[in-house]
Design a protein around this ligand. Structure first.
Ligand code: NAD
Length: 271
């Protein structure tokens, strides 16, 4: 069984390193933070520092979305002709474009639907990917062997690979992940401006603001990278808020009740 390389030992890369090491794979890794590498090496999870000029046959990029293209270009210049590279980024179009631009034919995009609002090596843990869907976006020129190698890697840590087109992925994620993050951030902003401390929240308020604690740098990358898909989703939300506002302003009981009931039906599913 060959070595696996990981770039970025935060929540996602660190968790992957832990599971792969536990499964007996030799992990070589690097991170901008020397402390993360030192801790992973100290625990015997990472064997040695990854050398981008001489990478192992399979490398996973688990760095922020906008740091990923630089690493793609760096690895495209390595001496290994059969190199397979994947990533974990929450958006896919720009990353696949970067791989095509760099001529990295062995690139296959991945996005594990697992994680939390915590970040960094200290937040990493074993079993993070068990039972999780993992979106797989092959490039136009990806060799079947590269796709198989990437899907096998995720299955080895308990993930469930599912193939999807990059454009479809970014539209879906704008709605089911990026918009909920924006709602929590907007709610946190509004409550903070209204002078309400988080301790004042009840269970419902705590649930709906959980994502407000997400990492600001990671989300800045995701939202700017996927702006063209995120903006129509924000508009749909703004329309819904405006409708609620006008029903309340007009004292329109019927309209307000219909809006509340419509969302309730959507959430409860067909009865
Ligand atoms: P994280 O902040 O926990 O970890 C990122 C790591 O990358 C850090 O250790 C940081 O030091 C390192 N890093 C940053 N820039 C670097 C660079 N240029 N070179 C080398 N190392 C660098 O973030 P994370 O949650 O592990 O996210 C990693 C990727 O996975 C992101 O692209 C994110 O969009 C994606 N993702 C995150 C989640 C989640 O819930 N957190 C879920 C799925 C996918």
């Amino acid at each position: 069984v060959s070595d696996v390389g990981i770039v970025g030992l935060g929540l996602i890369g660190g968790s992957l390193a832990r599971d792969l090491a536990a499964a007996g794979r030799r992990v070589v890794a690097t991170d901008r933070s020397g402390a993360a590498v030192a801790q992973a090496r100290g625990k015997g999870i990472v064997a040695t520092e990854l050398d981008p000029d001489e990478p192992p046959p399979l490398v996973v990029l688990a760095v922020p979305v906008r740091a990923t293209p630089d690493w793609i270009r760096r690895l495209a210049g390595s001496t290994r002709p059969d190199l397979v590279v994947t990533d974990t980024g929450s958006t896919k179009r720009s990353i696949l474009d970067a791989a095509r631009g760099a001529g990295l034919d062995g690139f296959v995009g991945s996005h594990p639907v697992a994680g939390s609002h915590e970040s960094g090596w200290d937040a990493s843990r074993t079993g993070l990917f068990r039972g999780a869907d993992v979106w797989i976006c092959p490039g136009r020129d990806s060799a079947p062997g590269s796709i198989d190698a990437v899907e096998r890697l995720w299955r080895d840590v308990g993930g469930r690979p599912r193939r999807i087109d990059a454009g479809e992925h970014d539209r879906l994620l704008a709605r089911c992940s990026h918009l909920p993050q924006l709602v929590a951030t907007a709610l946190g902003t509004a409550l903070s401006r209204l002078g309400l401390p988080p301790e004042a929240l009840g269970p419902g308020g705590r649930d709906t603001t959980r994502l407000a604690a997400s990492d600001a740098a990671m989300w800045t990358d995701i939202l700017l990278d996927n702006a063209d898909e995120v903006r129509p989703a924000i508009e749909a939300l703004a329309d819904a808020l405006e409708e609620l506002d006008s029903a309340i302003t007009d004292g329109d009981e019927q309209r307000l009740r219909a809006l509340l009931a419509g969302a309730r039906e959507w959430k409860a599913g067909p009865s």
